[in-house]
Write a protein that binds this ligand. Sequence first.
Ligand SMILES: Nc1ncnc2c1ncn2[C@@H]1O[C@H](COP(=O)(O)OP(=O)(O)O)[C@@H](O)[C@H]1O
Ligand SMILES: [Mg+2]
Length: 447
Amino acid sequence: MSILKTHDLKYAYPDGTQAVDGIDIEIETGKCIAFVGPNGSGKSTLFLLFNGTLAPQQGVVYVQGRPLRYDAKSLREVRKRIGIVFQNSSDQLFAPTVYHDVAFGPVNLGFDEEKVNNCVTQTLEYLGLTELRDKPPHHLSSGQKKKVAIAGVVAMEPEVIILDEPLSNLDPSGASEIMELLNELKHFGKTIIISTHDVDLAARWADVVYVLNRGQVYNSGHPSRIFADRALMENTNLKLPTIVETFREFEARGIAEGHAPMTLLDLMDSMESPYIGVRCAVADCTISKDQKVGLFMQEGTIVAVSDIQQRAVGIAMSDAGAGDEVLVEYVNGSLTPNTGRIHVVQIPRVIEGGSKNVDIEGIRALLDGTSFDRVGAMGTSAKVTAKKAEIQTDFEVDVIQSAMLSALRGLDCLVLASGGMAELVKQRVDERNHNGCRHIECTIEKI
Ligand SMILES: Nc1ncnc2c1ncn2[C@@H]1O[C@H](COP(=O)(O)OP(=O)(O)O)[C@@H](O)[C@H]1O
Ligand SMILES: [Mg+2]
């Protein structure tokens, strides 16, 4: 069943501006939804209608199938289930300390003191904010403020978390951290709704995209359909995601084929067809079919093969250093470099005791015993564990994709993952393997 649905929703501000003009949406539980659209298209207004902050002049909002009512009791109930993080964190933070700010919602919901203390402490721990507990929120950086505002909503344990432009004013690492957090919340079953101008982000993150224009839904669907449609993007003043632009250019040159990719990994897969037709830039010579030649590949090497019957097959290597490393081979259309493996170690989640319950020595021994080329940490308790064990990580954002991209380059990866996220890594790798892509071995170990 849908968790949130609207029917013919209309809202005009007192000055007559028709901000929302007949919107029908239906959002399934546990999905990540992105609303994109130019400034003034009605995203923020729609979000305020979702949890009853604004009441529509026409139409209905349904929360889990029940029409939203606007008496004080019903509104309190709905705000417990649907939390909103405003675009400007300063609008949301006003208490003297971070602790009191995060406690505000739970206190208002009528939780007793012990429950408030427990849920605030746990939320701060979960979001890595424990050290800021007694600081005044207005002294924090914008990234920290955003996290505190999110903590205030998460502490109320809502089923749906709405974030209006969650990445505005954040630097790239702050933005990545917030996105990782949203992924983690999604993994725990929350429904996450964001608005954003960032089509690159929406493309790789969302399960469903709604494109708003002039207070109406212009189009909606899976990102791979919406963002591959140049006309649709242009009509709503949005640009194509960079990954799609890149793919189109590769496609035009015959290097990539298939559906428009939404992630870097999809893009690499679209270039893995056995015959990659490329004009041979470097080598053009004749070799016999059975002649063995070596192929030296460095990390990051791009190899392109062109088959012109049995003659003149060129392998052009970037990063090859001196030109004499350019080699040729007739490979009959299949040149498959070895893939690395991904070994996932499951770390207990924060609520299961987190890194407190982890055998730090055991983890260190694991690293000493085998050599991994890359190490990633996914989820809060995994990151804390890596820090405690003094393990240098190579990636803490986009971990699944980074591990797979590394494996496809022949590198062995260790991924520390919190709780059920470990299964998620394996599931994603298996899904990809079943799609006929180059196989990556993935194992899980619970500690
Ligand atoms: N308080 C307000 N009073 C009058 N008009 C408003 C108010 N807030 C927003 N609007 C107008 O409503 C329309 C939708 O705005 P908004 O929901 O903020 O869009 P978005 O979040 O997509 O930028 C815009 O035309 C905007 O100017
Ligand atoms: Mg807005």
